[in-house]
Design a protein around this ligand. Structure first.
Ligand code: SF4
Length: 918
C-alpha cells in the first residue's frame, strides 16, 4: 500500500495516507503532549499542546489535526515549542482552577502512603502514588514541558465528588478537554454528557447523578479521561503487577479486554483497543460486571456431595470417584442412552469438545446438547437448510458499510451493545434502518420504518414483504437463476401473503410492509440482523428460513455488507455448537449418522460410537417429566432450573433424575437439585478459545490459577479417566490440535496462529487466512435453497382468561440467569429487581400504577412482580427478563417446541395480570 514518508526529530517514518503529524510522531517514538486528543475521537486541536515545528512553515501547527505530508521535516521538542507549551499549560491550569498540589508536590519522592496524604490534602492526586497509577496525562505533560509552578492565583473549587455506580466524578480535576463529552456522543451515540458553555464557573451540567439520566454506564468517558476527574472506584490505588488479554465471557459479540492482576486477583478491567470487534469499547457488563464476580465470596471452590439431604464438602478425589462410579453403574444397569450431558455455551471450545467426547466416547451416547437449544438452534437448522452453513454469513465490521440494515427480533443496543454501536455508527452515516419488533426498542428512534408486529407473526410479515418484492419485480432474477433452487415452490407460498393479509395477521399497516419491502429490495447492500425474537418461537426454524429466502430473493447474500447475521446470546454459543455439543453432529457439523464421519471419530478416539442422534436438552427434560429417558445427567455451567421454560416442569424433571452432577461457579437454582456439585473455573482462570457470533475464534488467556484447583478441561478428563477411558492432554492447545485434525472447518486453527484478531472459520488449512464473508460465488451447499414457510400462530394465544401476551428478553445490565451480574453491586444499583413492562393502555385498563406489585399468572404458574408502565410496550404485549432468582419468569413461559430445532417458545405465552388487593 502507498505510504507517506516524513522525518520526525531526525527519524524517517512511513504512515498511511490520512495519518496526522501526531500519528507519525507516535510511530516515530516521539512523545507529544495532547490533552484534548484521543485516537478514537475526531481531533479538535483545542488544547494546543501538540504544536510542532514544520520546516518551511511560518507557524506551529497542532499536530493532532494536521495531515502528514510527503517529505515533511518535523521537530517536536524545540526550546521554543516547550516554552509555548509551558505558557499554554499554565493558562489551562489557571483557567480550570486545577489543583496543583498533585502536579508540583515536593514530597513526591519520599511519599510512601498516598492514602494518608489524601486524608490530609484531599485534592492531592497525580503523584506517583496517585489513584491514576501514573496514567495521569496531565502530570505527564507537566513533567515533559518542565512546568514548575503556576504564577496565577488559583482557587480550589471544592466541588463535591459525585458518586455513581462504579465510578466517581470529581470535576475539581477536570481540565475541560471534553474527551468524555465527545466519546459519549461520537463513539457511543448517546450524548448524555454535556459541557457547560460557561467555561469558567462550573464543569458539569445535567442531573446530579447519572442514575437520573440516560447513561448506560459503559465507562467510555472514564476510559478517555486524561486526569483523575473520572475514575473507577475499585481501580483507584491499584497498580496491577501484570496484564492479561482475554475475551469477555458475557455475550456472543466477543469483545477483547485486558485484565489487571495483582496478588493473583483480578483488580482491573480495561477495553482492548486492538480488539477486532470492540476496538476499545465495552458495555457495562464487560467493563464493570466481572472483577467483583471472579473473587466473589459465593464462588464454589470445593466439591460438594449431597449426604442425608445436605451438601457436605468433599475432596476432588472423593467427588470424582463418586461421579465416575454412579455414571458407570447407571450405564451398566440401564444402558448408555440413560446418561446425558449438557455442555456450556459459557465455557471454552476445548471444554465443550471434551464434554461431547465424554458423552460419546465414555458414556456411549449422543445425548449431548448445549444452551443453543433454547436460543439459536433454529439458526443452525434454518441457515444450514438455506445456505449449507448454520452460522452468520458476514462480519460485524461490515455493518457500517451496508446501505440498509433490517433489524428483526433483536434488541441490539441492549442485548449486544457493541454491535449496537456499529448500528448507531451506520445510522449516523446515513445507512437506512428498518426495525421489526413488538416493542419500541431504542433503535426504533433511528429507524426509517418500524414494523410493530404482534409476537409470533414473523413469517407473515416476511412473506408479505417478499410478496411485494415479487409483485413489483424487485427481485434479483439473475441471482435466483444462477445461485438458488426451489424458487417456484417458494413463490407459490408467498403469493398467498398480500400485504393486506400480512397486515391482518401481524397488525402492521400494509403501507409499512410495502415501504419496508421497497427499501430492502432497493438497497444495493442490505444486511439482516436478527436474534432470539426470531428463533424462540414454535416457528423458529421457519422464521430463520424466511430470512434466508428474503436475502436470496434480492441477491443480498454472498457479498460484503449483506447477508444474514444471527446475534448469538452467550459468549461461546457458536463454539459450543461448532465443537459438536449437539446430539446430531460431531465437531465441525459432521453428522453422527454419516458412517464415514463416525468411523473417522471411532478411529481417532479408539472406541465404538453410537449411530443414532441423541436427545436434545428440551427432549431430555420433556421425557424426564414423563418418567422416562435419561437417569444420570452431567450439566456444565447451565442453570436449566431458572432459564428453561415452564420451571415447574423442569423442577419435576430434575427431581426425577437418579443422579445429577452440576459443575458451576456459583450456587444456582439447578445446583439445588444436584447430587454432586463440582466447582468450575471462571473465564479468568481458563486457557482456551471462544468463538463469537461472526465465527471468530479468539484466544482466552488464563490470568489467575483456577480458584477451585482444577481447570474445567482437567475435571472432564479426570471423570473420563475414572470411567476407564484415557483422556490425556497437558494443555488446551493439544485439544485444539485434535479438533483441527478431525474437523476440516477448523483444519488451519492452532493456538500459535491465534493473535489478537483471531481467525474466522471456515479455516481449512494452516495457510488459510480465515473467512470474513461466506458463500462468495457459491453457497456451502452449492445452490442456495428457498424454503417457503406458512404462518403458524404461537402455541398459545391470548384469550379472555389470559388476555396479554408475555414476551421475554435480556436487559442490558444483566445476563442469562443473573448468577454473575446479580453479584455485582454496581449492576444491582442500576437494575435491582425484575419488573413486568406493560403499556400505559393496559395498565389503565387494569387499574395498575407504575411501581405497583402485581400478580402475573399463566397456565403454568404465577409470580409477583412490580409493574413498569412504559411506552416501550405495545398494547396487549408485556415484557419480562429471567435474570432474577426471586421472580422466576420461566414459571410462566411455555415449553412448546419448534418441531425442527426443538427450541421452546419463550417469546409468546398468554398471561393474566392482576392487582393484588391491599
Ligand atoms: Fe461483553 Fe457483549 Fe458487552 Fe462486549 S457487548 S462487553 S462481549 S457483554
Amino acid at each position: 500500500m502507498y505510504e507517506i514518508t516524513l522525518t520526525i526529530d531526525g527519524r524517517e517514518v512511513a504512515v498511511p495516507p490520512g495519518a496526522t503529524i501526531l500519528d507519525a510522531a507516535r510511530k516515530a517514538g516521539s512523545y507529544v503532549p495532547a490533552l484534548c486528543h484521543h485516537p478514537d475521537l475526531k481531533p479538535i486541536g483545542s488544547c494546543k499542546l501538540c504544536i510542532v515545528a514544520v520546516e518551511g512553515l511560518d507557524h506551529h501547527p497542532t499536530s493532532c489535526n494536521t495531515p502528514a505530508e510527503e517529505g515533511m521535516v518535523v521537530e517536536t521538542r524545540t526550546g521554543e515549542l516547550q516554552e509555548m507549551r509551558r505558557h499554554t499549560l499554565e493558562i489551562l491550569l489557571a483557567l480550570t482552577n486545577h489543583p496543583i498540589s498533585c502536579l508540583f508536590c515536593d514530597r513526591k519522592d519520599e511519599c510512601t502512603d498516598l492514602r494518608e496524604c489524601m486524608r490530609k490534602f484531599p485534592v492531592t492526586v497525580g503523584c506517583k502514588y496517585c489513584p491514576q497509577d501514573g496514567r495521569c496525562e496531565l502530570q505527564q505533560a507537566v513533567e515533559f514541558v518542565g512546568l514548575e509552578k503556576v504564577r496565577y492565583q488559583l482557587s480550589f473549587r471544592n466541588m463535591p465528588v459525585l458518586r455513581e455506580p462504579f465510578f466517581d466524578r470529581n470535576y475539581n480535576l477536570c481540565i475541560m478537554c471534553s474527551r468524555c463529552v465527545r466519546v459519549c456522543a461520537e463513539v457511543r451515540g448517546e450524548g448524555v454528557l454535556k459541557s457547560n458553555p460557561d467555561f469558567h464557573r462550573m464543569h458539569w451540567i445535567g442531573p446530579p447523578s447519572l442514575m437520573d439520566s440516560d447513561c448506560k454506564f459503559c465507562g467510555a468517558c472514564v476510559d478517555v479521561c486524561p486526569t483523575g476527574a473520572l475514575s473507577v472506584r475499585s481501580e483507584k490505588w491499584i497498580r496491577p503487577e501484570r496484564t492479561v488479554s482475554t475475551v469477555c465471557p458475557y455475550c456472543g459479540v466477543g469483545c477483547r479486554m485486558t485484565l489487571g492482576v495483582e496478588d493473583e486477583r483480578i483488580v482491573s478491567i480495561a477495553p482492548d483497543r486492538e480488539g477486532p470487534v470492540n476496538r476499545g469499547q465495552l458495555c457495562v457488563k464487560g467493563r464493570f460486571g466481572l472483577d467483583e464476580i471472579v473473587h466473589h465470596p459465593d464462588r464454589i471452590t470445593t466439591p460438594l456431595i449431597r449426604r442425608n439431604g445436605r451438601f457436605e464438602e468433599a475432596t476432588w478425589e472423593e467427588a470424582l470417584d463418586l461421579v465416575a462410579r454412579r455414571f458407570s453403574e447407571i450405564k451398566d444397569e440401564y444402558g448408555p442412552d440413560t446418561l446425558g450431558a449438557l455442555s456450556s455455551s459459557r465455557c471454552t471450545n476445548e471444554e465443550n469438545y471434551l464434554v461431547q467426547k465424554l458423552a460419546r466416547a465414555v458414556f456411549g451416547t449422543n445425548n449431548v446438547d448445549n444452551c443453543a437449544r433454547v436460543c439459536h438452534a433454529p439458526s443452525v437448522t434454518g441457515l444450514a437448510s438455506c445456505f449449507g452453513s448454520g452460522a452468520a454469513t458476514n462480519s460485524f465490521d461490515q455493518i457500517e458499510d451496508a446501505d440498509l440494515l433490517f433489524i428483526i427480533g433483536s434488541n441490539t443496543t441492549e442485548a449486544h451493545p457493541i454491535v449496537g454501536l456499529k448500528v448507531i455508527a451506520a445510522a449516523k452515516k446515513g445507512v437506512e434502518i428498518i426495525v421489526a419488533d413488538p416493542r419500541k426498542i431504542e433503535l426504533v428512534d433511528r429507524a426509517k420504518v418500524w414494523l410493530n408486529l404482534r409476537p409470533g407473526t414473523n413469517i407473515a410479515l416476511l412473506n408479505g414483504m417478499m410478496n411485494v418484492i415479487l409483485r413489483e419485480g424487485l427481485e434479483d432474477r439473475e441471482f435466483i437463476a444462477s445461485r438458488t433452487e426451489g424458487f417456484e415452490e417458494f413463490r407459490k407460498v408467498v403469493d398467498g401473503y398480500t400485504p393486506e393479509r400480512a397486515a391482518e395477521i401481524t397488525g402492521v399497516p400494509a403501507g409499512d410492509i410495502i415501504e419496508a419491502a421497497r427499501l430492502y429490495a432497493g438497497a444495493d447492500k442490505a444486511m439482516i440482523i436478527y436474534s432470539l425474537g426470531m428463533t424462540e418461537h414454535v416457528t423458529g426454524t421457519a422464521n430463520v428460513m424466511s430470512l434466508g429466502n428474503l436475502a436470496m430473493l434480492t441477491g443480498n447474500v454472498g457479498r460484503r455488507s449483506t447477508g444474514v447475521m444471527p446475534l448469538r446470546g452467550q459468549n461461546n454459543v457458536q463454539g459450543a455448537c461448532d465443537m459438536g455439543a449437539l446430539p446430531n453432529n460431531y465437531v465441525g457439523y459432521q453428522p453422527v449418522t454419516d458412517p464415514k464421519a463416525r468411523s473417522k471419530f471411532e478411529e481417532a478416539w479408539r472406541v465404538r460410537l453410537p449411530a443414532d442422534p441423541g436427545l436434545t436438552s428440551t427432549e431430555m427434560m420433556e421425557r424426564l417429566a414423563e418418567g422416562r429417558g435419561v437417569r444420570g445427567l452431567y450439566i456444565l455451567g447451565e442453570d436449566v432450573a431458572q432459564t428453561e421454560p415452564d420451571t415447574n416442569r423442569v423442577r419435576s424433571s430434575l427431581e426425577a433424575l437418579e443422579f445429577l452432577v452440576v459443575q458451576e461457579i456459583f450456587p444456582t437454582e439447578t445446583t439445588k437439585y444436584a447430587d454432586v456439585i463440582l466447582p468450575a473455573a471462571s473465564f479468568a482462570e481458563c486457557d482456551g478459545t471462544f468463538t463469537n457470533g461472526e465465527r471468530r475464534i479468539q484466544r482466552v488467556n488464563r490470568a489467575i490459577p483456577p480458584l477451585c484447583g482444577l481447570a474445567n478441561w482437567e475435571t472432564i478428563s479426570r471423570i473420563a479417566e475414572k470411567m476407564g477411558y484415557p483422556m490425556k492432554y497437558s494443555h488446551p492447545s493439544e485439544i485444539m490440535e485434535e479438533i483441527s485434525s478431525l474437523a476440516p472447518l477448523f483444519g488451519g486453527v492452532s493456538f500459535d496462529r491465534l493473535d489478537l484478531r483471531g481467525l474466522q472459520w471456515p479455516c481449512p488449512s494452516i495457510d488459510h487466512p480465515g473467512t470474513e464473508t461466506m458463500h462468495l460465488g457459491c453457497f456451502s451447499r452449492g445452490l442456495g435453497k428457498f424454503n417457503g414457510a406458512k404462518h403458524r400462530p404461537p402455541a398459545e394465544e391470548p384469550d379472555p382468561d389470559y388476555p396479554l401476551i408475555l414476551t421475554t428478553g435480556r436487559r442490558r445490565e444483566h445476563y442469562n440467569c443473573g448468577s454473575m451480574t446479580r453479584r455485582s453491586k454496581g449492576i444491582m444499583w442500576i437494575w435491582p429487581e425484575e419488573t413486568i413492562e406493560m403499556s400505559p393502555a393496559d395498565a389503565k385498563d387494569l387499574g395498575v400504577e407504575d411501581g405497583e406489585t402485581v400478580l402475573v399468572s399463566s397456565r403454568r404458574g404465577e409470580v409477583r412482580v412490580k409493574a413498569r408502565v412504559t411506552e416501550k410496550s405495545s398494547r396487549g404485549v408485556a415484557f419480562m427478563s429471567f435474570h432474577y432468582q426471586d421472580v422466576l419468569t420461566n414459571l410462566l413461559t411455555n415449553a412448546a417446541l419448534d418441531p425442527q430445532a426443538k427450541t421452546p417458545e419463550y417469546k409468546a405465552c398468554a398471561i393474566r395480570v392482576e392487582k393484588i388487593p391491599t
